[in-house]
Design a protein around this ligand. Sequence first.
Ligand code: SF4
Length: 233
Amino acid sequence: MALASPITADAIPHFAQRFETAQPQEIVRWAIDTFGDGVSVGASFGGASGMAILHMAASIKPDVHVFVLDTDYLFEETHETMRRAAVSLDLQNLQVYKSRLTHEQQALQHGSALWMRDPDACCELRKVEPNRRALDGKTAWLSGLRRDQSEGRADTPIISWNNKFGLVKLNPLANWSEQQTWSYVVAHNIPYNPLLDQGYTSIGCYNCTVPGVQGRAGRWQGFEKDECGLHTD
Ligand code: SF4
């Protein structure tokens, strides 16, 4: 059963203004104090921002709900990062969500290599729908988006009402630069995906990720797409 949100949509502009000058750690603490068990942290174990958010949240509430979407096409390095982070950050409530379709069922129902023909449909099946289940009953979603990650993310709000999943969404690192994020990760000795040291700057499914390209341009090459659909309303 869904919890009632302690924050109404009307109150969002007030907090949006307040958080523009707040540190991410303050915003994460506010979210956990305000939403309690209603908070869920989305983790990809791909980028540095997500690792920083995980560290901030788990430091305050080790049993915070953390979810990862295992599309069945994650790099082994991503799985390894998840295992290391679970121990190192003492993640006590890490949940894995997968598509309702196995790789084989998807191929039978939609044809093989759907990501090469219709990546939006593939992302819907393997990311968006599982994300909906992960957030079912939650009232706030903490994510690691930053405004400097892509043109499309330049206006990322720190706090907003998310229509797609019906809850408050927070991006506490929206104002941070890549350098600030890495400084935090290094200072706190947080594990991160080793592919980030091998030329990958944005890491998703191995089917749709290439190294050697800056930012999110390394995702879904050949398509007019740089978001999987989780972060677009
Ligand atoms: S990133 Fe690629 S393989 Fe992964 S769910 Fe989206 S289209 Fe499918």
